[in-house]
Design a protein around this ligand. Sequence first.
Ligand SMILES: [Zn+2]
Length: 213
Amino acid sequence: MTIKQFWIDPYLSRHLTCVASVADSDVTLRSTIFFAFSGGQESDQGTIAGYPVLRAQAEGTAIVHTLPEGHGLAAGQTVEVEIDWTRRYRLMRLHFAAELVLELFYRALPGVGKIGAHIAQDKARIDFAWPESISPRLAGIASAANAIVQADLVITSAFEDMANERRYWQIDGFARVPCGGTHVRRTGEVGAIRLKRNNIGRGKERVEILVDS
Ligand SMILES: [Zn+2]
């Protein structure tokens, strides 16, 4: 198991740890700050001991980092891990913007189904199965989401079930939602949210989510 330091402190951009295992280009660490693609949130980018991480992937309870061939790292070696913080912080803010928007959609359109989600550095999107255009709903949902952002509410992130690594986020009086992503500590960090609709085919609606740079 890899200790997920990004859960213990999602604001770390540098971290000292040691190599747990090496299999050719694939390296696991005792603990890592690299979030690996999950729940639609893209992986972090960065380096281990100065080597670029080409891919970070969750395998069971481990996170496997793929380095360039010939990296020469060995088990037991102390290494410094560094992630691209500008990218990660954008991903955290957009991820939480998407959390708010999703929760508000569930309330505005009872029975709506989420069929996909993706969080990238420039924008996030959520796809819904819904028979009508969501356009008439966007302004109301954006304004409700921005009211939560402006209220700068505390976001708690914690384990629901530590043995099975199940986590949740919670805003008192608003919602408690299962999620293993990286979350900001307060809603104010998200910044102003803008929403756009995209038509992606019959019975499917996409909402694109943007936050200020
Ligand atoms: Zn989340």
